[in-house]
Design a binder for this molecule. Structure first.
Ligand SMILES: *Cc1c(COP(=O)(O)O)cnc(C)c1O
Length: 236
């Protein structure tokens, strides 16, 4: 079914998200420009992505390499960066390395090594985040908090990757106290990682919070929120 995106509706939704972002930042005594808005555009058409790109969105987040390739080929991002936020198989890294400004979903040493090898082959340095399964849920991707330390040591020894921070999809999807508790745990882990590698100014990204939870995430220290339905509406 061809679906015509409604520009006025998109603009209203993005403005509403920005308004709530600024409010949450103020509530936490943070500057609004410390927090970036990533539009999670899985399953959206290139037309929808292009329309949203003209709005106050900092970057895009893709879950599937096919959609990343299609949106990229269509010029839908209007030059804005794109992050890879979905599950990435080691045999598919070739299509994502060098295309995504940051690969946010690195959750194993195996995947880290595959990304590093591909980046080396391309002669680039690939920015990455480590995805942490903070709720230790069987259903979710992501490394355990303890696995972070050996992964950080590995990343530090690989010149073709640069660790920029952490990403998480915690068990709660709202702005409840439970949600805050998971975000606070991520914040603590992020601070610990930064303290462990002093002088790593590039460790600057804590990606957490979605449509239902970004207010709590910002109040607990997110520097990047990933919003899908809050911008584009329900996925069909
Ligand atoms: C889809 C998705 C989001 C956005 O979810 P919404 O609830 O639609 O805002 C954020 N992060 C990841 C990894 C996603 O897959």
């Amino acid at each position: 079914m061809a679906h015509t995106p409604d520009m006025a509706l998109l603009a209203d939704r993005v403005a509403a998200v920005r308004f709530h972002m600024a409010l949450a930042a103020a509530q936490a005594g943070r500057r609004p420009d410390e927090i970036k808005l990533c539009a999670a555009c899985k399953s959206r058409s290139s037309e929808e992505v292009r329309l949203s790109a003209g709005l106050e969105i900092d970057l895009f987040g893709e879950n599937r390499m096919q959609e990343l390739a299609a949106h990229m080929a269509d010029g839908a991002y209007l030059g804005k960066p794109c992050h890879f936020i979905g599950h990435l198989q080691t045999n598919k890294v070739r299509r994502v390395v060098g295309q995504a400004a940051i690969i946010e979903s690195v959750s194993s040493i195996r995947l880290l090594s595959a990304i590093a090898a591909e980046a080396r082959k391309q002669g680039i340095v690939q920015d990455i985040l480590f995805e942490i399964n903070i709720g230790e849920e069987d259903s979710k991707m992501g490394a355990s908090a303890e696995a972070l330390w050996p992964m950080m040591d590995d990343a530090a020894s690989l010149p073709s990757v640069r660790l920029r921070g952490l990403m998480a999809i915690p068990p709660a999807f709202d702005n409840s106290p439970e949600s805050r508790r998971w975000f606070a745990m991520m914040r603590a882990l992020f601070e610990k990682a930064r303290a462990r590698h002093p002088g790593s100014a590039h460790l600057d990204t804590l990606s957490m919070g979605m449509t239902g939870s970004y207010i709590a995430a910002i109040e607990e220290g997110a520097t990047l929120i990933r919003v899908g339905t809050g911008i584009y509406g329900e996925r069909s």
